[in-house]
Design a protein around this ligand. Sequence first.
Ligand code: PLP
Length: 386
Amino acid sequence: MTDAPRACVYLDHAATSWPKPPEVIDAVVAAMREQGANPGRGAYAMALAASRVVFEARRVCADLLGVPDSRDLFFTSGCTEACNLMLKGLLSPGDRVVVSSMEHNAVSRPLHALQQLGVRVDVVSADATGTMDAADVERAVRLAPTRAVVCQHASNVTGAIQPIADIADIAHENGALLLVDGAQGGGHLDVDLATLSVDAYALSGHKGMLGPQGVGLLYLRPGLEARELTQGGTGGGSSEDDAQPAGRPERYEAGTPNTPGIAGLGAGGRLLAANGAEWRAEEQRVFRILKAGLLELPGVRVYGPALDAPTVPVTCITHDSLEPDRIAFLLDRQAGVAVRSGLHCAPWAHRTIGTLGTGAVRLSVGHSTTETDVRIALAALAEVLG
Ligand code: PLP
């Protein structure tokens, strides 16, 4: 037996959303209990039911994200795998990449690996709030032939939203692709890939999209093919030439899929389709109460866009004298407030905003966060900081 978790104020939605909605949990359980066969790999009733779960989840997510043909959306194990597929699948030795200085390790580490193989990586710095200036990207792209611009949609450190539509125009006018890490966009922003005009967009399934951990998505625009990361069984198309089938989505989904995870993500997508606009408005309202309260705490420095500027519901703080790790520890132990300290898998972002040496305390809000939660957190912080 494990201990039941203590009641807590959960402000770590940028890592993963919690609690998962009951509909998501029910869908995960049903996928194991009732649709437990392998999807796409049999014609008996339960295998067909499992195939339907995957098909429906893909359709729901495509509708939600403005993807006209759901076959252009591939399931992955998370945004990390989706970023790896988009970067390693599309970039080759000799290519040049222009990338924002706010990227997560899910982008910076694959790019580092690609650099060892001869990809040139040029970083463009964001401002102190973590926001990119499209004009800086344009200057960098014009310096030399560029295969791709890589930029996140929103920061997991400061909450800054990047000017993706402008950057897409710049990339395309200069013959480059735009590849986006949308881990913090899905669910927290009204993502419409039909109008964003990106070439690839990687998503977490378990953050704002409300699915369980271990699931994500990659969108690849029609006509743009990547080298698949993994070859293997796809449930069909077996032949003697051993080649991976070229069709979508199976080309990019070798092996038995995470059907329970995909079922949960489909349920999350359904909830967002029905309630997303209302939930996002409430998330923003509650987040602004939190951020306004943080700005009033003595000795606290708050990072990210101005209080009234567009943002996803994430921010970071440091304190004059108390270390971030100590603040996070005391918040948890004294008040059951769950926040994350450190570098948040994004040392580039912390270097950009000046907190690489110290790290920071991140507070992030989601669909389940109430005004009471953030008021408890603010009171606990005031107490901890003395
Ligand atoms: N990119 C960003 C900006 C993130 O915040 C995260 C997760 O924190 C990731 C990528 C990786 O996402 P996943 O946990 O789904 O692999």
